[in-house]
Design a protein around this ligand. Structure first.
Ligand SMILES: [Zn+2]
Length: 264
């Protein structure tokens, strides 16, 4: 899971979104605000959201992979901050992530925030207290549109389990956040682990070949094509982790130090 750029929209489209958002924000009662958010998003302007989807597709990269699992094709607009708890972010495009049809329902409305030293599970709070405004904006879930997930998450290449694990020790807030995100998105489901394992083998072989070709004086245009292909392969977290862990994992090539552009 990597940082994903916020999608780029035209100024008129941003104004249209802001106007819709303004309708929601103008409602005083929180429950009514949530209901209106749901209703207006359900009736969202089709032409505008065709453009939003195109912008999200561009932000997702060449292969349009899911912003969470990096495996499946992304085709759903996900609110990272659920509109049922944060209606103020319903028409906020910096809250839109293009994700797949597996990750979107897996995450759904799962969300917790930090309040007075505890994590408040918002769906559970809704069940017990009804519609109350979330007590903070200090999220437990890692927002890939606003943070660098790899500051909290680590992909195990060294032991070759290809599981995503928390970097920080149990008992820390960073560990809690990583664990919650991994669990919510089921980032260690078997098919993803196996896909990362395959991706690692593929990256390693391609990088090895690239370094050989570079050392043998292959034309720059062909080398550039090889770099392009490395950057458009699914599971880019694997490639980023190979860079981060280059001093502790098996080297993809003895002369990798002369070809670090493979990790750019
Ligand atoms: Zn996904």
């Amino acid at each position: 899971m990597l940082t994903i750029a916020v999608c780029e929209l035209s100024d008129p489209d941003k104004l249209t979104l802001a106007a819709r958002q303004g309708e929601i924000d103008g409602v005083v009662d929180f429950e009514a605000r949530v209901e209106l958010a749901k209703q207006l998003f359900g009736d969202k302007p089709r032409a505008l959201f065709t453009r939003v989807r195109a912008a999200l597709q561009a932000a997702a990269g060449d292969l349009v992979r899911c912003g969470y699992c990096e495996d499946s094709c992304a085709d759903e607009v996900e609110h990272v901050w659920p509109k049922s708890f944060f209606p103020g972010r319903t028409f906020d495009h910096s809250n839109y992530l293009f994700v797949c049809g597996i990750c979107n329902p897996a995450k759904n409305d799962r969300f917790s925030v930090r309040h007075e030293g505890n994590w408040v599970d918002l769906p559970a709070q809704r069940k017990t207290l009804g519609f109350v405004v979330p007590p903070s904006f200090d999220a437990r879930f890692i927002d890939p549109l606003a943070e660098a997930p790899l500051e909290l998450l680590w992909l195990d290449i060294l032991e070759k389990t290809f599981m995503v694990v928390p970097i920080f020790d149990p008992g820390t807030l960073e560990h809690d956040r990583a664990e919650f995100t991994i669990d919510t998105l089921r980032l260690n489901r078997e098919c993803l682990v196996e896909a990362r394992r395959n991706a690692y083998t593929g990256f390693r072989d391609r990088i090895h070949r690239y370094v050989d070709c570079k050392l043998n004086g292959e034309a720059q245009s062909l080398l550039d094509q090889r770099l392009f292909e490395l950057r458009r392969t699914p599971h880019q977290t694997v490639r980023m982790e190979m860079r981060r862990q280059i001093d502790i994992i098996d080297q993809p090539h003895p002369n990798i130090a002369n070809a670090l552009e493979v990790f750019d």
